[in-house]
Design a protein around this ligand. Sequence first.
Ligand SMILES: *Cc1c(COP(=O)(O)O)cnc(C)c1O
Length: 389
Amino acid sequence: MDWHLECSECGTTQSADGLATVCVCGRPWLVRYPNRLHPLVERDEARRDQGMWRFRSFLPLRPGESAISLGEGDTPLLQVPRLAAALGMTRLWIKDEGINPTGSFKARGLSAAITRAVAAGASSFTLPTAGNAGVAAAAYGARAGVKVRVYAPRTTPKLILAQIVLNGAELILLDGHIGDCGKASRTYAADSGALDLSTLREPYRIEGKKTLGLELGDQMEWVLPDAVIYPTGGGTGLIGMWKVFHELKEAGWVNGNLPRMFTVQSTGCAPVVKAFESGAAGCEPWPEPWTVASGLRVPGPLGDRLMLRALRESRGGAVAVSDDALTSAAALGSRCEGIDFSPEGGAAIAAMKALLSRGVLQLDQRVVLFNTGAGWLYRNPEELLGTFA
Ligand SMILES: *Cc1c(COP(=O)(O)O)cnc(C)c1O
């Protein structure tokens, strides 16, 4: 391989041959590509291709290999003048990840993870999910012709559960949250030999998420925004973008300051916000986590230290917003712009408001908010139809 693995905590390195999980110290691997070249002409060449895999020189694919793909990536970066005006701003964008196959940015990570694992010989997978990762794992598993088992909380939105089953995965519902599902998934992996695709328990989902940052660079003519606001659960989006911003800087594809990275969580489950505010290096597990933004219901993320490092290194921050605030912000966004905001995307809008009112961000700054998933997956059709009966 022309890349290797480096432990994000203890710095140990290891060959990337075979199936990768986590370092012996228990912390996540990061992928390093010391020999890759990124000539500037490639920036323009990449424009002529389609999908997230067009940024080949930053991604874990060898010459001659093809990715397991459903056409993920290339999501629109939309200028949102009416939403911006509602907030008093002038230069605001939404990166709409709900447009991806399977309805969320999870498609990017699972395309990369399943591509690498299948190339290394894996044929059976397991994954705990707060929702959307399960849909993506099921779909990319079907695409690869491999077996996928998904563990999800019983409280996961019903349409998300339906999509998991429709894409052919075996769905196991548990009482509790994603942490409880993670324990069951790891037990099953140990007993059956299935590969556990949990966030940061294998190194390649992060690599797929890097394409969020690569596309942002491309779509903004390689002048990155002042700030990025990202709704965070397990942290792959935030960690992946921060990793690739450094890779882009080193490659000379971007100049100037890197964006300040802000995370938003729900007040019902805000372990990263709490750790950020207290100055801690890692998170304490959040007791009794609950939020309607199911993607943010991650009480004890394995990537906690990596997330906190990204927030601090970038001089960013962390904000918690209530479920009421994120729900009404999602509705405002859809009303203003016709974008199908998920509750998590709504949280990013609510965080924007909070950061403006605290004076952390200014009205004239260039800010990108991520709508990480499609809103329709969270709706209750019976309730909605009742509204029109
Ligand atoms: C998973 C998910 C998140 C959180 O992403 P992480 O990479 O786990 O931090 C945010 N929004 C949506 C819609 C999700 O599905």
